[in-house]
Write a protein that binds this ligand. Structure first.
Ligand code: BEZ
Length: 211
């Protein structure tokens, strides 16, 4: 059955550019971004891997490990890594799964046969330290992903895991949040000492509680 939000992310052992990885052990107490690519030595993927390598300090700051995947052998990944460094000006600084037998791609439903029956689509899974899937995105091969959006979602996921808030459309770290509708006004008064303003009984905004 297809993976759904809240499911435990399937565990696996697979070869990577940093040696074999036992996924759940590797996750440890971190958050994880697992993202797939159609193929090595392709232009969009090359720019994506460079973009993620440049953002490594942002992922580190949020206790997030990143791991890429494509369905090519590790020797190809190593050759491609040289091209990434040469063209993107940054070395690969996270593991890339060599999923030549498509074990992980199959477990995670990363091959969409009606789009392409051989290669993985651009999937993104954000996984929490509890090993559960918090977000899934699927992009076509022709569209490179926006990794600033991935960081924005991580900020929201980490905030809403700890406070009884949700984040509105286009929210960014530091902006007002929504008080969970399940809270009564009396509960909200206690939980949000900075106060809140009610635009409607179900739409109450409060300053970001951890700022
Ligand atoms: C790319 O990563 O550049 C790509 C891969 C497959 C199809 C189109 C583009």
């Amino acid at each position: 059955m297809a993976i759904q939000l809240g499911d435990v992310a399937p565990d696996f052992v697979q070869e990577t550019t940093e040696g074999p990885i036992h996924f759940h052990e590797w996750i440890g107490d971190s958050w994880v971004v697992l993202f797939s690519h159609p193929k090595d030595f392709t232009p969009v993927c090359t720019t994506e891997l460079g973009a993620v390598a440049r953002l490594k300090p942002e992922f580190d700051k949020r206790n997030v490990k990143v791991i890429g995947l494509s369905v090519d052998p590790v020797e190809d990944h190593r050759g491609w890594a040289k091209d990434i460094e040469e063209t993107q000006g940054v070395a690969l600084n996270f593991p890339l799964i060599a999923d030549a037998d498509r074990k992980v791609a199959t477990l995670y439903g990363m091959i969409h046969p009606n789009a392409d029956d051989t290669f993985t689509v651009r999937s993104v899974f954000i996984i929490g330290p509890d090993k559960k899937v918090k977000l899934m995105l699927t992009y076509p091969a022709s569209t490179g992903r926006n990794f600033a959006e991935i960081l924005r979602v991580i900020d929201s996921l980490q905030l809403t895991a700890n406070y009884k808030v949700a984040t509105p459309a286009d929210w960014k770290d530091g902006e007002d949040c929504i008080v969970l509708p399940s809270l009564s006004n009396e509960e909200a008064d206690k939980l949000f000492p900075k106060g809140y303003r009610a635009l409607k009984p179900y739409l109450r905004l409060t300053p970001q509680p951890n700022k």
